[in-house]
Design a protein. Sequence first.
Length: 312
Amino acid sequence: NAAHDVTAFGKGVFGDKRKFEAQAYEGKFRLFDATRGDGVVTYDNTTGTNVDVLSINKMFKDGAAVDAHVNAEKTYDYFKETFGRDSVDDNGQQLISAVHVGENWNNASWNGRQMSYGDGDGERFYPLAGGLDVGAHEMSHGVVQHTAGLIYRNESGALNESYADIFGAMVDRDDWLIGEDIMADGSIALRSLEDPSVIVDERTESGYSPDHWSKRYIGNLDNGGVHINSSINNKAAYLVSEGGEHYGIAVSGVGREATEQIYYRALSFYLTRNSDFSMMRQAAIQAATDLYGSNSAEVQAVTQAYNAVGVY
Ligand SMILES: O=C(NO)[C@]12CC[C@H](CC1)C2
Ligand SMILES: [Zn+2]
C-alpha cells in the first residue's frame, strides 16, 4: 500500500514538542515531507533508515531527527516565502538530512548534496540538529553552491561562510547569534554577527574573530580563515540591518527585511565563484541600488557598513 502524508508530532533534542509533515508507510511512519519541493527527508545515519518509527500516536522519539526535519522545513519555507526560491537549486531539490553522523561529532555540514549533523560530545556541543540556525546555516551553503558558487577558501570562502551565517540568523530570527541553542560549555554562542569579537570559535585556532578588514586572518588555517574572516562580512550585514557605530563610522540600519533582499540579490545576481570582499561591497551596493534606488537609505547603509569594516 502506498505511503500517505500525515501531520505528525515529536519531541526535539531539548524535549520540546514539534509538529511536522511525515508519511504513514506500511503501518509505520517516516520522516518524509512530500509537501515541500521534491520532498524533505531525514534519516538516522546509524541505521540508514529514514527513521521509520513504530508509533500509534505519531510521536517520533528521535529528537535530533525531529529537529533536523523541522529545521529543513522551516528553512525551505524561508527561502520560498522570502525570495520565491524553491529549495537549494530553485528547482525543488530534495532536502536530505542525516542525524547521528560520526561519533559525538562536534559539527554539522553540507557536503554538496545533503546536511549532516553530529550529536556533539555533550561538553562543547549538544546535538547540533537542536539549533535552527545550524540547519539554516548548512542549507544556505547549498543555496550559495547553486548561485554564486563561492569557492570555499580565502575571501570567497569567508563570504560563503558569512552567507551561511547571515541566512542562519535570518531564519532563526530572534537574535544575531549562531549556535546559541546548542552550546554545552556555557558559552553564549559559537559566533555573534553583532559583535564578532565577543565570541571566538576556537575551532579556528586563530584566537580571534576580526570585525575589520585590517584585522583579517591571512594564513592556511581553516581553508584560509573561512570561519574567521566571515565575521568581517557578518558585521557589515549586521550594521546594514541594525545600524550602529563601528570604528567611528555611524551606520543607519534599514532592518532585516531590506537586508535579506539586498544580500540575496547580491548573491544570486552579482557574486561569482572567486568574488572577494571588495566585490561583495560592490555587489551589495548594486543590489541595493536595483531594489531601492541610488539615493536610498539602503544604499547609504550598505556603503557606510562596508566603510565601517574597512572594505572598499
Ligand atoms: O560553521 C559551521 N559549519 O561550516 C558550523 C556552524 C554551526 C555548526 C558548527 C560550526 C556548523
Ligand atoms: Zn558553514
